[in-house]
Design a protein around this ligand. Structure first.
Ligand SMILES: [Cu+2]
Length: 148
């Protein structure tokens, strides 16, 4: 009996440890995502963030490209929607690993963008044909921030 109890205690402790390690931050990171009302893949990207523990509010706008330009994203690098997480923006279908990299490294940039709508990226259908190159946007020249 003792042995069984001990065994159960070990299992419980292991489960508790795993729970705390795997568990995301207690407070969900809040996201406000601006998108054209017609954009379906943008909605899918919002759901992708939600599935990964973010609290997403979608705000429809007819001015997504104007907003992206105002945020400092060159036209040829703009994504199809513009999300704000804390002080940063995330433009387009940026994969979670890159979003989290930015949130944990907290670089001195305005945000990141994955240009266009690459096939197989989060929220986009199709197969991934090449690595997703996400750019860091700040005052200077955009540079590649992450490849995922
Ligand atoms: Cu899209």
């Amino acid at each position: 009996m003792r042995k069984i109890l001990l065994g159960l205690t070990v299992v419980a402790l292991t489960a508790a440890a795993a729970y705390f390690v795997v568990r995301p931050k207690a407070e969900a990171e809040t996201v406000v995502l601006y998108k054209d009302p017609q954009c379906g893949c943008c909605e899918e990207y919002a759901n992708y963030l939600r599935h990964n523990g973010f609290a997403v509010t979608v705000r429809p706008t007819a001015n997504i490209y104007e907003m992206s330009s105002a945020a400092g994203i060159p036209e040829d690098l703009q994504g199809c929607h513009l999300a704000y997480i804390g002080d940063y923006f995330v433009s387009g279908h940026v994969p979670l690993g890159t979003v989290n990299k930015m949130l944990s490294e907290r670089p001195a940039i305005k945000g990141v963008t994955l240009p266009g709508m690459p096939s197989g990226s989060p929220g986009m259908s199709g197969a991934k044909t090449k690595p997703f190159q996400t750019y860091a946007i700040d005052k200077g020249q955009p540079r590649i921030y992450a490849v995922e």
